[in-house]
Design a protein around this ligand. Structure first.
Ligand SMILES: *Cc1c(COP(=O)(O)O)cnc(C)c1O
Length: 257
């Protein structure tokens, strides 16, 4: 029987060199390299650098996104029956009620737009779609449904880095797109994730939830450690600069393909 490996890493000399250089930067946790990583990721998917927030994983990205929506008891979140378990786990932890929609078929593993519509109720607040195995969901129909029912649309684009629908990169079509840089994804930082959105207020919230609810970035705090505010409850969902450096190097490689 042919065995399919769980992952096959592509870490080369340049990646190693980048990490060694980062080790000498005197800054290991989230800092300047993370800002560069966010900027380079934005360039990769052709969006503005202010639209990207790097995180410790896609699970963290999903959890923070769902927390920011303040789901109330019985608020429903529709998601595909076939996906990685992080989608449903984070819905449960954010206090939402998961509602599974079927996928299209065994030859089209993406969520069925018809089935999403069947599952929509007055309580539906969010729909999570997954571009399974890099194939785009039925975006035409799903965007029509979004317009009609006004739900918040999260694109789990973990499998679909640099894939497009028409001329737009996947992850930029809904309200929020989330990516993972776990070892078996198209590019890796070991552990890591990204949130992309055009909603400035939402991204501002993401930056503070990622960092304990603190109003200032770590770079700002480094300049003046005494003055900062806690603007809301937060978590530690930061990526660190070593991983960010690896991410920058992996993007460079991805761009050459
Ligand atoms: C890998 C994956 C996740 C979780 O990513 P982590 O970075 O490991 O938290 C979520 N959704 C899908 C579709 C994935 O493939």
């Amino acid at each position: 029987m042919k065995q399919i490996p769980f992952f096959s890493l592509n870490v080369d000399h340049n990646d190693k060199k980048a990490i060694m250089k980062s080790l000498s930067n005197n800054w290991l946790s989230m800092g300047p390299q993370t800002l560069i990583f966010e900027k380079k990721f934005a360039e990769l998917i052709k969006t503005s650098k202010v639209n990207c927030v790097a995180t410790s994983s896609c699970t963290a990205s999903l959890h923070m996104t769902l927390l920011s929506l303040n789901l109330q008891k019985d608020d429903e979140v529709i998601l595909p029956s076939l996906t990685f378990v992080a989608d449903i786990n984070t819905v449960i932890f954010a206090g939402g009620k998961p509602v599974l929609a079927d996928i299209n078929s065994t030859s089209d593993l993406t969520i069925s737009a018809e089935n999403i519509e069947k599952k929509i109720t007055k309580k539906t607040k969010v729909v999570i779609i997954v571009h399974y195995a890099g194939y785009e969901c039925d975006m035409k129909k799903i965007l029509e449904l979004k317009k009609k029912y006004k739900f918040f649309l999260i694109e789990d684009a973990c499998h679909a880095l640099v894939s497009k629908y028409k001329k737009t990169y996947l992850g930029l079509l809904g309200d929020v797109g989330v990516f993972s840089f776990y070892s078996n994804k198209n590019m890796t930082t070991g552990e890591g994730g990204m949130i992309v959105s055009k909603n400035k207020k939402f991204l501002h919230d993401m930056r503070s939830i990622r960092n304990h609810g603190i109003s200032k970035s770590l770079i700002e705090r480094n300049k003046s450690i005494l003055s900062y505010n806690i603007i809301k409850p937060g978590l530690n969902y930061r990526i660190d600069d070593l991983r960010a450096t690896l991410g920058i190097s992996q993007i460079r490689k991805l761009k050459k393909k």
